[in-house]
Design a protein around this ligand. Structure first.
Ligand code: SF4
Length: 267
């Protein structure tokens, strides 16, 4: 279709529905990176931040019994395969670390990071975490932490570039701060709507400053993690902007769409 006159068929629960609509907002989301590193999936005490959050919420994790908790930042991010920063895993780690500290102030919580990117007001949580005794230790990209299974328990070794020596920790919980990856099916969607993807696999807007929620295809807009990893507050602002842009088209009674035609100047 084209602006003001799109036709889409949607299959839901085995039934096909035909929809006619004037605009499209592409909000196909993103996914949590499923790690292959640090014994994830092989040892039950290795979780992602989302899994930790879930277990803290439904109380399936007994945070009051934890002694040593280790979090590793930038897992599967900022490397040759995924060079971008997911922008929210630092804040998520600090938020979860503070939640564990709240339940169990005696727990030792170590966050191994390459850079802490709690930008904006989230920097306050970083300060609070330091005040409450959460320990931040930098690790070098070329000397990532080593984790092994030592008779069923986790054992970890990491080089501290400030102390210039190896640290050895036996965590009873290892939490991986994994990034966000583009959603499956994005290439099919991009072909269908004739819109571009960037080098990281996220959808690319028409112009980063002048048309941040539009594509160059008229009537197709974008928002959310389909565009790039970002926190919920920014996703909401972007969704509102996309909805406002779509409403401009939908509020018109008539849309004139004309093509360019070649003309011949006889002289
Ligand atoms: S937000 Fe933090 S943990 Fe996530 S990729 Fe960026 S620097 Fe790494």
């Amino acid at each position: 279709g084209f602006v003001g006159n799109f036709k889409t068929s949607v299959r839901s629960e085995g039934k096909d529905y035909a929809l006619e609509h004037g605009t499209i907002i592409l909000a196909s989301g993103g996914e949590e990176y499923k790690p292959t590193e640090y014994l994830y999936g092989k040892h039950e005490q290795v979780l992602t931040q989302m899994e930790l959050e879930q277990q803290l919420t439904d109380h399936s994790l007994k945070a009051e019994e934890l002694k040593n908790v280790v979090m590793i930042q930038c897992v599967g991010s900022r490397n040759a395969d995924r060079p971008y920063c997911s922008r929210m895993c630092c804040s998520q780690a600090i938020k979860n670390a503070l939640r564990v500290k709240e339940v169990n102030p005696e727990a030792n919580i170590y966050i191994f990071y390459r850079d802490i990117r709690t930008y904006g007001f989230k920097e306050d949580f970083y300060r609070e975490a330091r005040d409450k005794g959460i320990i931040f230790i930098r690790y070098d990209e070329d000397q990532e932490p080593q984790v092994r299974d030592k008779d069923g328990k986790l054992a970890m070794e990491v080089f501290d570039p400030l102390l210039m020596q190896n640290l050895v920790i036996e965590p009873d919980l290892l939490v991986l701060s994994v990034g966000i990856v583009p959603s499956a099916g994005r290439e099919e969607l991009a072909k269908m709507l004739k819109v571009p993807l960037n080098g990281d696999g996220f959808f690319l807007e028409a112009h980063v400053k002048l048309r941040p929620v539009e594509f160059s295809t008229d009537g197709v807009f974008l928002c959310g993690l389909a565009h790039s990893p970002k926190p919920i507050s920014e996703n909401i602002s972007q969704a509102q902007a996309a909805a406002a842009k779509a409403a401009i088209i939908l509020s018109k009674k008539l849309i004139a769409s004309g093509g360019c035609v070649a003309g011949i100047d006889k002289e």
